[in-house]
Design a protein around this ligand. Structure first.
Ligand code: ZN
Length: 686
């Protein structure tokens, strides 16, 4: 599970950060004049991020980062293909035009073409990474035809027996026809979720058939006394061929074999430079899983991975998060290579060593609490490479593994990615956002002073404690909430964080200096959940993305429940809407009350209750407020979404010996994307 940056919460004009002497949090040392923001297009901006501390790693650790980084890039095309079956075909076509088109480039149309291609790179496909809607180009079908006609046939992925006219027609349909693959992930309960989603996890079957297939599989496993705890369906595409339903497994020799073989190649290199026997064991098991495709092997790997606590360098690599599947079963491929920020990790170590306190004292009903919280390990990390679904857009916090039973029996690892949040904060300095949407100077100053700490601490609490807290009632499956699962799960983790960030215990533990940190977080959360996150949504649309639904659900629920006591006040000033918190303690109690409800829904697997609360609070938008917020935001000229350029690692050789690994920070998004496409594309285009 992951935390995605709220960006808009994460504060903006950071004037004062807690000093290193606080023993809490300091920003990594900055290289002078490091350029974070490189460009902006459509609703996206591109940042670079630094990898402070890389130079101080040992040669062996640097090699490990290098090998794992290569493995992180080898699965890139898998993510594209999982997102939509024609994504690779479209990307190859657009890249061929970008490279080899012989016509005039200095035109508005060509600029629009480049913007469209950049959006495809940004989203790993033709659907918006966040709303999952298909986005439309700013040029015409006729222009696309001109582009294709003036690009050499040999560069284009024209299939055998297809002439250029047919090829043009095919690509035009895919890109421009609003009825072809309109949405990557449909969560509309009135539709067949499988049929109405363009993501490429099912082919030729209905939601009911897919659900029955896995229900039967689970039943059979139970009857045959096989492993019933595995994450059924996680690493496969489910297809119906000649009337028969079958799973195509992602593995060496199976679906995506060409890319997976490359991943395995680099993982084998990593074996030789693993830091600890536990890490070596984990990498070995991951390789075994990629070879067999067995989900029991996947669980074995995860257990080994959770046990590897002493390595400085760590990584994620696999079919992991299920947000891309409307039935929340299929994992999208992702990778993250990182190393521990030892100093900042002291913060999360305090949290995790007190995990039982937080579990015991939460407002959740006793039967849904873990009697004994197992090994929640949390660290602050420095990202060294992002790949697959984690790139170019990336989470700022991750808690894995996702399998509930492993979390319960073996614990989980939770991370906050500090160099990424730092890049966000640095790039957002002085962009005018807070001045526009915060009610008072007091709020702005508070965000400036405590926003970075509040944001990171909330991520720690969310990932390290929130997702790991609570337990399901015996017999409740983790997929019981189906299309509402992700929203409810994210709400649960957010509420846990919101409830505890204002706990006096945090001050006692030395994690926060005073109550202002919690207030900064509450200000930002309420402002975002009730108002500013709407800048990410086009007029007339509803809220669909799970993290956004989660934030709307929480903010609106507490606003409504506290209305009679004026806990949160809606104020109009000069025609502009603001939300001001009048009673922070009462608000904390509301967060606690909602946490209790959400935990009950989760623990009982109560689909109807999940549906009711999500549909009531998290989906619809007040069109008037929406319009106002969009207009105010537009004036600021800030792109609401952020993607990152990865650093580049180069081996320094002396003869056949690696003597060092150098890190560079490239600053051109398109160049990096083309480099990846050239060097890390292993899958067939069709
Ligand atoms: Zn989360």
């Amino acid at each position: 599970m992951r935390t995605i940056s709220t960006i808009l919460i994460m504060s903006i004009a950071i004037t004062a950060l807690s000093s290193p002497q606080d023993g809490k949090k300091s920003l990594p040392e900055q290289k002078d004049n490091f350029k974070y923001l490189t460009e902006q297009f459509a609703d996206a901006k591109i940042l670079r991020y630094q990898v402070p501390g890389f130079e101080n790693l040992s040669l062996k650790q640097k090699k490990l980062v290098y090998y794992l980084s290569q493995a992180a890039l080898c699965g890139r095309d898998i993510t594209y293909d999982q997102n939509f079956k024609s994504n690779l075909l479209i990307r190859y076509t657009l890249e061929a035009i970008y490279r080899d088109y012989s016509g005039e480039r200095n035109t508005e149309d060509f600029l629009q073409f480049v913007t469209y291609l950049k959006r495809v790179w940004f989203c790993n496909g033709i659907h918006h990474h966040y709303s999952t809607d298909k986005f439309m180009p700013g040029f015409s079908q006729d222009y696309l035809e001109i582009l294709i006609r003036n690009t050499p046939d040999g560069s284009l992925p024209i299939s055998n027996g297809q002439d250029k006219r047919q090829f043009v027609k095919e690509i035009n349909q895919l890109i421009f026809n609003p009825n072809v693959a309109p949405k990557r992930v449909s969560l509309d309960p009135a539709t067949d979720l499988v049929v109405s989603s363009a993501s490429n996890f099912y082919d030729g079957l209905t939601q009911r058939e897919a659900e029955e297939f896995y229900d039967n599989m689970k039943k059979e496993a139970k009857q045959n006394r096989q492993d019933t705890m595995i994450s059924f369906g996680l690493n496969s595409k489910l297809v119906k061929e000649n009337g028969k339903i079958a799973e195509k497994i992602y593995k060496v020799g199976g679906l995506y074999s060409q890319a997976i073989e490359q991943i395995v190649f680099w993982l084998e290199k990593a074996l030789d430079v693993a830091e600890t026997p536990q890490q070596r064991d984990a990498v070995k098991k991951l390789i075994a899983y990629y070879r067999s495709g067995s989900l029991a092997a996947w669980d074995e790997y995860n257990i080994a991975w959770v046990k590897d606590l002493n390595s400085l360098v760590d990584f994620v690599n696999g079919f992991i998060e299920v947000y891309g599947d409307p039935l929340a079963m299929k994992g999208t491929w992702e990778s993250l290579v990182n190393f521990k920020d030892v100093e900042a990790t002291k913060r999360t170590e305090i949290l995790s060593s007190n995990a039982q306190y937080f579990e015991d004292n939460s407002p959740v009903a006793p039967e849904y609490k873990k009697k004994k919280v197992k090994g929640v390990t949390a660290k602050v990390i420095t990202a060294a490479q992002l790949g697959g679904e984690c790139h170019p857009t990336t989470p700022i916090g991750i808690n894995l593994p996702n399998a509930n039973w492993i979390r319960k029996e073996y614990g989980s690892k939770s991370v906050t990615i500090d160099n990424i949040t730092n890049a966000y904060d640095q790039a957002a300095k002085g962009n005018g956002f807070m001045e526009e949407f915060a009610f008072s100077k007091e709020e702005i100053d508070r965000a400036g002073e405590y926003g970075h700490l509040a944001g990171n601490l909330t991520t720690d609490l969310h990932e390290c404690l929130g997702h790991g807290s609570g337990q399901l009632r015996e017999g409740v499956g983790s997929d019981a909430l189906k299309n509402y699962h992700s929203t409810i799960e994210e709400s649960r983790a957010d509420l846990f964080a919101l409830y505890y960030i204002k706990d006096p215990e945090l001050i006692k533990l030395g994690l926060v200096p005073n109550e202002e940190v919690a207030k900064a977080e509450y200000d930002g959360f309420i402002r975002n959940g009730l108002m500013t996150q709407l800048v990410r949504i086009n007029p007339g649309k509803t809220i669909e993305e799970s993290h956004m639904r989660d934030r709307a659900l929480i903010a609106r629920w507490v606003y409504e429940k506290g209305k009679d006591r004026n806990v949160i006040e809606k104020i109009t000033r000069d025609g502009k809407t603001y939300f001001k918190i009048n009673d922070y303690d009462a608000l904390r109690m509301e967060f606690g009350a909602l946490l209790k409800i959400i935990q009950q829904i989760t623990s009982e697997g109560d689909y109807e209750a999940a549906k009711e609360i999500v549909e009531a609070y998290a989906v619809q938008i007040d069109p008037e407020l929406h319009q106002e917020v969009l207009a105010r935001y537009k004036k600021l000229n800030i792109a609401p979404y952020t993607g990152f350029i990865n650093p580049e690692y180069t081996l320094v050789m002396k003869g056949k010996t690696i003597t060092d690994v150098q890190i560079n920070y490239p600053d051109d998004f398109a160049t990096q994307m083309l480099f990846y496409s050239k060097n890390f594309s292993f899958l067939p285009v069709r």
